[in-house]
Write a protein that binds this ligand. Structure first.
Ligand code: NAP
Length: 270
């Protein structure tokens, strides 16, 4: 059984990494950067985003597990005091461990530049595009049909996993991660007598796609989860639900809607 640990780098996470390695060695597990069966994230949801991008090439074979230091996470099922129990379950036969592998959708983004070159990216939470030098002006097509001309700060295309992150701050809906869909949310659109956008977020099924054709000049800020970079001379950007998925190893039930309630509402029903 091979594993690799990605951690947030803070004192508590580093301490837990040492504990994890000791217990894993005692169970005969081997640390492997190249072919991990389990990628273990120790830290926050942001750490799982890092783990996903680091092991983007291992999605077909690796299962992700999260240990959360601090508050409860959307990508983490385990608390620091439960590492021993988790490692025992990771090494138990699947029936005894009640292991369930759940796969969640990702968003695939293809950026085409004026020179014709194309670059493909993947996000676990979301992709965003914003104007740097000026307001973003972009034509949005859905399934190759012109839908609207967007003017504003930017556009956010999120996965169901990312629906509880930036998308939620933008007023988007929360989607159960078992739904194979992507969500388009506006970032501060300009709406008046001259400029008009839908103003609501839209949820596209797996067999649909959207294209963004930037009309404004200058540089764009592109983000993929926690990563960001600048681009110019962007001709088009296609977003669709990826054929690849991320696989999480679940050893006990932790319903998504319980996570949502605990993260955003708390336990108090009064
Ligand atoms: P960060 O700015 O340090 O933290 C962003 C916060 O989002 C953290 O509290 C993080 O949780 C939480 N988070 C990450 N993924 C989540 C998810 N799927 N559902 C609910 N909460 C989630 O940046 P970061 O930790 O590197 O994370 C990058 C993410 O920040 C982006 O993917 C984007 O979704 C989000 N973001 C949000 C806004 C906004 O809401 N206005 C603006 C920019 C970016 P932990 O503390 O557990 O790590």
């Amino acid at each position: 059984m091979n594993y690799f640990v990605v951690n947030r780098g803070d004192e508590e996470s580093c301490k837990l990494v040492k504990e994890f390695h000791l217990l894993a060695a005692a169970h005969g597990m081997t640390e492997s950067r190249c072919e991990p069966n389990f990628v273990v994230s120790i830290g926050g949801d942001g750490t799982m985003l890092q783990a996903f991008h680091q092991f983007r090439g291992n999605l077909a074979t690796a299962s992700f597990v999260g240990i959360h230091t601090g508050h409860l996470g959307f990508f983490a099922d385990w608390m620091p005091g439960e590492i021993s129990q988790l490692i025992t379950l990771m090494n138990a036969p699947p029936q005894a461990s009640k292991l369930r592998l759940v796969t969640y959708p990702l968003v695939e983004v293809e950026v085409v530049k004026a020179a014709g070159e194309a670059h493909s990216f993947m996000a676990l939470n979301e992709f965003t595009i914003k104007g740097i030098d000026s307001t973003l002006v972009a034509q949005l097509n859905i399934n190759d049909e012109p839908f609207e001309t967007f003017r504003g700060d930017g556009i956010c295309i999120s996965t169901p996993c990312g629906s509880t992150a930036y998308n939620k701050s933008l007023g988007g809906a929360i989607l159960h991660p078992s739904l194979e869909a992507l969500q388009i949310a506006e970032i501060s659109s300009i709406n008046n007598r001259v400029y008009r956008t839908l103003g609501s977020s839209m949820i596209l099924p797996k067999h649909h796609h959207c294209d963004i054709y930037p009309k404004s000049e200058g540089r764009f800020l592109i983000t993929l989860d926690h990563l960001s970079f600048q681009e110019n001379q962007v001709t088009s950007i296609r977003c669709q639900v990826s054929k690849e998925t991320i696989r999480f190893a679940r050893f006990r039930p932790f319903p998504f809607w319980s996570r949502v309630r605990e993260a955003f509402i708390g336990h108090d029903f009064n």
